[in-house]
Design a protein around this ligand. Structure first.
Ligand SMILES: [Zn+2]
Length: 147
């Protein structure tokens, strides 16, 4: 019968971000179970282990997660607060993007007006082509980047 690792694949290492998995360590008369991250396994990576973290005893980590789970069950408002915070963060991000998009659209609009104005000045002979070409080039590049 194999060991049970309730949290295997459900937690991420705080150091490297790879998932934790369960692994037994067999010592005579003292078999122990650990969670370790994939980053700690040197054989998985060409450059050797990529995480400086350490394995943690299954009993210790299971106990910590169980305590925190009980805490959350007793205080469901904490979950609601965290959920609201995440929704708010997401909304704020969308608002920031919309504001940026509006600002850029306004810039493009004013650049179009300036372009028209420059063309008028060129057609009436007030300014020469060499004077407006660099500005057109710069503006056209900007618009290509923004699209
Ligand atoms: Zn790690």
């Amino acid at each position: 019968m194999g060991y049970e690792y309730l949290l295997s694949g459900r937690l991420r290492c705080q150091s490297c971000g790879y998932a934790l998995y369960g692994k037994p360590v067999s010592a005579p008369n003292n078999p122990r179970r650990y969670y370790r991250c994939l980053g700690q396994d040197g054989h998985r990576w060409a450059q050797g282990r990529v995480c400086a973290g350490h394995p943690i005893r299954v009993e210790v980590l299971d106990e910590i997660v169980w305590e925190q789970t009980q805490e959350l069950i007793q205080h469901p408002e904490v979950i609601l607060q965290e959920y609201s915070r995440r929704v708010q963060t997401k909304k704020q991000g969308a608002l920031d993007l919309t504001a940026l998009l509006m600002k850029k659209q306004k810039e493009i609009h004013y650049q179009e007006l300036e372009k028209k104005c420059l063309l008028d000045l060129y057609q009436t002979g007030i300014i020469a082509l060499e004077e407006i070409t660099p500005r057109f080039l710069h503006r056209t590049l900007l618009q290509v980047i923004l699209k």
